[in-house]
Design a protein around this ligand. Structure first.
Ligand code: 5GP
Length: 144
């Protein structure tokens, strides 16, 4: 959050200003049921720090989210009796992000639930892939 900006709805939930159905909390992570669930058990896992996008989240907090996600997913699945799930994480309006506070959706899946999951893929050119991978790897090697 930048100076002068209103806190996100998720910050207000974490602070207890807005009610939520909390399922997990530790020093860095807060998880609660989505108010408009795609499926029974649809859960949001968020960092307590209000950061808009995943790549801006400090490493320790990202690690805490990563460690919690699988645990929370297992508990959600066992509770609602689903076997499969999607983890969805949107960054930026083009990617469908509505709430500007990093969040991971855990969406339990059942056969015939009608939610769908296929995106429109393209055929890749092997040369282009090799060039692209080398460029990204170089950026990472430079410490990006
Ligand atoms: P996004 O589209 O940004 O990836 O997802 C935002 C999610 O936050 C949506 O699934 C929406 O239902 C959920 N959401 C928005 N406001 C609230 C709220 O006040 N309480 C809860 N529990 N979920 C919310």
């Amino acid at each position: 959050m930048s100076a002068g900006e209103a806190p996100s709805i998720f910050t207000r939930i974490i602070l207890g200003e807005v009610p939520s159905h909390r399922v997990f909390e530790n020093a860095h992570v807060f998880a609660f049921l989505d108010i408009n669930p795609l499926a029974l058990g649809h859960t949001l896992v968020v960092p307590k720090r209000e950061v808009e996008r995943l790549e801006a989240l400090p490493e320790e907090e990202a690690a805490a989210i990563g460690a919690a996600l699988g645990r929370i997913a297992r508990a959600v699945l066992e509770t609602v009796g689903a076997q499969d799930y999607n983890v969805l994480q949107n960054n930026g309006p083009t990617a469908g992000q509505v709430v500007r506070h990093v969040h991971f959706h855990i969406i339990p899946r059942r056969a015939g639930d009608g939610l769908g999951y296929r995106w429109n893929t393209k055929q890749a050119d092997a040369g282009e892939l090799a060039e692209l991978a080398a460029k990204i790897a170089a950026r990472l090697a430079e410490g990006a």
